[in-house]
Design a binder for this molecule. Structure first.
Ligand code: X2X
Length: 344
């Protein structure tokens, strides 16, 4: 065993010498790598992608040159196809939301289980712990190389009609939802009328009044001016949050030298940390300045009392229980344990 390992090691070293640093490996590098994103800069999501690309360029002295494609433009805005496109090599790398990849990787629905994560410490307990490692193994098995975590954020409910304080208030309201059927189940259970569409289609649908509301992190409001597309009421219920994952297509990954792979991985980790801090800015401070800023646009912000929030938890519990089986009972149990044991 030891002997075989040594022989294998020698063979690998010889291969690395022959190809790793030589002209042949360099020749295999593409002049430009395509990075897919839904939300580009100046949103935190896109800023994280840009930090990653800039760090990689600097640390590889320009050997790896990355161009950003926000609006998932490499797949015509159809964000639910991003993971398949990554696997097929239509996209070289991405910073992607767990929601958009969940149709292909069902375990990623974990983060969309309603009211599983009550606070930021709960998100960290999952992504930075054993559950995060398990999810990365699953993503890797599904054919894409995961490198680091980022964050889109807690998804708050907005609409053009009235303050939402209870599931009854949502009755019949037309809500745009993202591409996982779990969201359709949640809003149906709450009595709303959910309609699934891409983010590209959502903005005109909100502007024309074809839909009444949507759910996305608060940080989108000032940047995309959601109050200008009729969104005058927000309820901060924090029912789910979507982490982002920094990934590279497997063939592209394998085409790089081990040293360059390490640079790309470390750059993703560094960019992810910075991105998470940016995504939480204005919401982690005691007075939540981001909510004040949005209220300044004439938006009514409704913060639920614990009892009011509990009514939403109760109404969505059957959906949680149904999806626990789809996501994987062991994984959800591990997540519940990690959340309960989190350091607050
Ligand atoms: O489509 C959305 O709502 C967005 C931008 O948050 C995602 O890509 C998950």
């Amino acid at each position: 065993m030891k002997f075989r390992r040594t022989v294998l090691g020698l063979a690998l070293a010889a291969t690395a010498l022959a190809f790793g640093t030589g002209a042949m490996a360099q020749a295999a590098y593409k002049p430009e790598y395509k990075m897919s994103l839904v939300l580009g800069p100046p949103l935190p999501w896109g800023t994280g992608g840009k930090i990653w690309a800039d760090l990689v360029k600097e640390r590889t002295a320009g050997r790896i040159n990355i161009k950003l494609y926000p609006g998932v433009s490499l797949i015509q805005g159809d964000q639910t196809r991003e993971f398949s496109a990554l696997r097929q090599g239509v996209i070289d790398m991405a910073v992607g939301s767990t929601i958009n990849w969940s149709p292909q990787v069902k375990e990623l629905n974990l983060f969309s289980m309603p009211f599983l994560m009550p606070d930021y410490a709960a998100i960290d307990a999952l992504t930075q712990g054993e559950v995060g490692k398990k999810i990365f193994q699953t993503v890797e098995k599904a054919g894409v190389v995961p490198l680091a975590w980022g964050e889109n954020g807690f998804r708050e409910l907005s609409n053009s009609k009235k303050p939402i304080k209870s599931p009854e208030d949502l009755k019949g309201m037309k809500i745009r939802v993202v591409g996982s059927p779990l969201f359709t189940d949640i809003f149906t259970a709450l009595g709303a009328n959910p309609t699934q569409m891409s983010w590209a289609d959502a903005q005109p649908a909100l502007a024309s009044g074809a839909v009444d509301g949507q759910e996305n992190p608060m940080v989108l409001f000032p940047v995309l001016k959601l109050h200008n597309v009729g969104q005058k009421f927000v309820t901060t219920w924090g029912y789910v949050a979507d982490p982002l994952i920094f990934v590279v297509n497997k063939e592209i990954w394998n085409s790089w030298t081990p040293a360059d792979r390490e640079i790309v991985r470390q750059a993703a980790i560094d960019a992810g940390k910075q991105e998470i801090a940016i995504a939480r800015k204005g919401l982690v401070e005691a007075d939540k300045p981001l909510l004040k800023e949005v209220a300044g646009f004439g938006v009514t912000i409704t913060q639920l009392t614990p009892a009011e929030r509990e009514a939403f938890v109760k109404a969505t519990r059957p959906v949680y229980n149904k999806w626990k089986k789809t996501v994987g009972v062991d994984l959800v149990n591990a997540a519940e344990k990690a959340v309960a044991a989190r350091k607050k």
